[in-house]
Ligand binder design. Structure first.
Ligand SMILES: [Zn+2]
Length: 276
């Protein structure tokens, strides 16, 4: 029985070590004005390849044409009927600094106004936040924690455990400079991190107005990751998958405990307390 248990553990560990990391595409600076979507070519490419991705939207840089222009993209689904794209909060006006470095009241008003505007204009309740220039401080964490709709932070400061907010930090660069994706640089970065970031990687890019050559570099990265066997997920989807895993583990443990005799339960409780 002990040998079987050891084997199951080893298979689990091996699976964790050798399976490809999940990929979260963090695509910054989405804006829509006069029916023009700044990163349309990348959105089209991702739909064609059926790749899940997430886009950081800047509320001030969207006008009243945004909903009609974005609707086909917001409703794009994969073959299982799941939505391909998540839209996340990337500030109200993206001025530097908009969050980290500003007083609490300033950050709070910018956070809430952007949240409300995207909600009322696009009908989206965002659940993920990534600060412009990734500039965060303790006030940013406070503001984020105060809005209970938000569950994920991208490259933020770690919020308290009690907030339940997941902070995603496993960054792997695709760009050599902002707006310049490089396939060769990405492969080097991926290989340097793949034994460390075994669970997930966040790949940040600025896909606005990419030239054909830059789009081709981006596409080569996507093809490389597909070849590696990576699964693409959105930030919120990744958060939900961890919650499901936690629930499954805890219900499995409860089932096992239910099968134990009274004495075995006492021994289990003793060891569980020691391990805490
Ligand atoms: Zn940005």
């Amino acid at each position: 029985m002990k040998k079987l248990h050891l084997l199951i553990v080893l298979v689990g560990v091996a699976f964790q070590c050798f399976s490809a990391p999940k990929i979260i595409l963090k695509l910054d600076d989405l804006s829509v004005k006069s029916n023009s979507i700044t990163c349309k070519s990348v959105m089209d490419l991702l739909i064609e390849k059926q790749i899940r991705a997430s886009f950081g939207i800047i509320a001030d840089r969207c006008d009243n044409t945004a909903l009609a222009s974005l609707a086909p993209y917001l409703n794009a689904k994969d073959s299982n009927g799941a939505k391909l794209f998540e839209i996340w909060h990337h500030g109200l006006n993206h001025k530097n600094p908009e969050f980290g470095g500003q007083p609490y009241a300033y950050q709070k008003s910018h956070f809430d106004e952007a949240d409300e505007r995207i909600n009322s204009n696009l009908g989206i309740q965002m659940q993920t936040f990534g600060a412009p220039f990734n500039a965060n401080d303790s006030n940013t964490v406070r503001v984020l924690c105060e809005n209970k709709n938000y569950k994920v932070s991208l490259f933020g400061r770690t919020p308290p455990d009690s907030s339940g907010i997941l902070n995603l930090r496993n960054r792997v660069n695709i760009e050599t400079t902002t707006g310049n994706p490089s396939y060769a640089a990405f492969v080097d970065n991926y290989n340097a991190k793949k034994n460390t970031f075994t669970d997930y990687m966040v790949v940040q890019a600025h896909p606005n107005g990419l030239s054909e050559e830059k789009l081709s570099q981006f596409e080569q990265v996507i093809d490389f990751l597909l070849h590696e066997g990576c699964e693409f997920v959105t930030p919120y989807e990744y958060y939900l998958s961890l919650r499901t895993e936690e629930t499954t583990h805890s219900s499995t443990i409860q089932k096992i405990i239910g099968c134990l005799t009274g004495e075995e339960r006492n021994i289990y409780s003793f060891h569980a307390n020691v391990l805490k």
